[in-house]
Design a protein around this ligand. Structure first.
Ligand SMILES: C[S@@+](CC[C@H](N)C(=O)[O-])C[C@H]1O[C@@H](n2cnc3c(N)ncnc32)[C@H](O)[C@@H]1O
Length: 347
């Protein structure tokens, strides 16, 4: 059916479930949290032990991060499995017909500092390092939840289509996490209340991210390229890290220079708040509610501003307060904030 195939194509081209993170994306973000990993058990629960940048990063930096344990579980049917020579505990070549678990414990490598690629390879090749899971490796399965219970911090780039499921599981088991997601997830009803209440926040990288994609990814005009090794890439302009690990970013004060002028900051038709088009236009001297773009969250410091809610459809969740319109014209979704320490000299 013509209609359906167009729909499926559109769906496929937007399917970010098989986008693979680069080593530098992981390395640059974790650099902001290193001391919070000391003595901790880390779980990467959407990550095969052979190709995932998360597995590689935590294995290489195991001693630097003073980890207690690293657990990586993969999902049956991984799309990036290359010709691996890894063998599991049954001496079978690792392949994508199974899901696996790889566990590295304290002193798995006695070298100091960064562990070499050579040593990592030796460790992975050792019979018994990588073992079959009973099921398909779904992070929601009982055996994967047992690993989750053991973990202190979960770090991964989950399939975006299951982002809410993973987030909800982490909340249920009260885990710390660092997750790559699409910024659209911020306004999901299952997630926004946590951001509003200061229980989850944006990590350090918020914006452009490049990902390796499977060979059968169709080319497109923008945000797609093939590198000199024939590897296909896509990039996302609105990627983010979502976390509940403390970071310096959330304690930095947003420097404000703009001054409130009623003509420059119109109020919404159905709500007593002013519309602010860009983060740099947030006035330093307005004490009421302001609707700011989603990108504001990259600078949010809860000591400086309170998040009152959001203005999206007016019905997405208990904090989605109204549909933003000015003189009948729809405005893109907004985060509603109010200065906390507003005084006579402004914020
Ligand atoms: C966006 S990719 C990212 C892979 C890897 N974390 C990375 O960043 O390179 C998501 C991965 O999750 C796997 N996956 C899909 N559904 C899953 C599930 N229910 N449980 C665990 N993993 C899943 C996919 O096979 C894919 O490898």
């Amino acid at each position: 059916m013509k209609g359906n195939s167009i729909l499926n194509k559109a769906k496929y081209s937007e399917n970010t479930d098989e986008w693979y993170t680069t080593y530098s994306t992981v390395e640059e973000e974790i650099a902001h949290y290193t001391s919070q990993f000391y003595g901790k058990t880390v779980l990467c629960n959407c990550d095969d032990p052979y190709e995932s940048a998360f597995s590689k990063y935590f294995l290489k930096n195991f001693n630097i991060l003073k980890l207690k344990k690293l657990i990586c579980t993969s999902y049956k049917g991984s799309r990036i499995l290359e010709n691996t020579k890894l063998r599991d505990a049954d001496n079978c070549i690792v392949n994508n017909q199974f899901a696996y678990v790889m566990i590295a414990k304290e002193n798995f490598d006695n070298s100091k500092g960064i562990i070499s690629d050579e040593n990592i390879k030796k460790f992975l090749m050792k019979k018994g390092t990588v073992n079959k899971l009973k099921g398909d490796g779904d992070f929601r399965s009982d055996e994967c939840i047992e690993y989750l219970k053991e973990a202190d911090i979960v770090v991964t780039n989950p399939p975006f289509s299951k982002f809410i499921d993973l987030f909800s599981l982490l909340v249920k088991y009260e885990k710390k996490y660092l997750l790559i997601g699409n910024q659209n997830a911020i306004t999901y009803k299952e997630i926004f209340p946590y951001i509003k209440n200061g229980k989850a926040w944006i990590g350090c990288k918020f914006g452009d991210m490049a990902f390796k994609v499977p060979d059968d990814t169709p080319p497109r005009k923008t945000r797609f390229w093939i590198d000199e090794n024939g590897q296909k890439w896509r990039s996302l302009g609105n990627a983010m890290w979502l976390t509940n690990l403390d970071n310096q970013r959330k304690h930095q004060k947003l420097e404000l220079t703009a001054v409130y002028e009623p003509a420059k900051y119109p109020k919404y038709d159905d709500f007593d708040a002013i519309n602010v088009s860009r983060v740099k236009d947030i006035p330093k001297d307005y004490s009421g509610i302001m609707g700011v773009p989603l990108t504001y969250l990259k600078y949010h410091n809860e000591e400086q501003f309170e998040i009152i809610g959001e203005a999206n459809h007016g019905s997405d969740n208990e904090f989605d307060l109204f549909k933003p319109k000015i003189e009948g014209k729809d405005i893109f979704k907004r985060i509603l904030i109010k200065a906390k320490d507003y005084g006579k000299d402004g914020i």
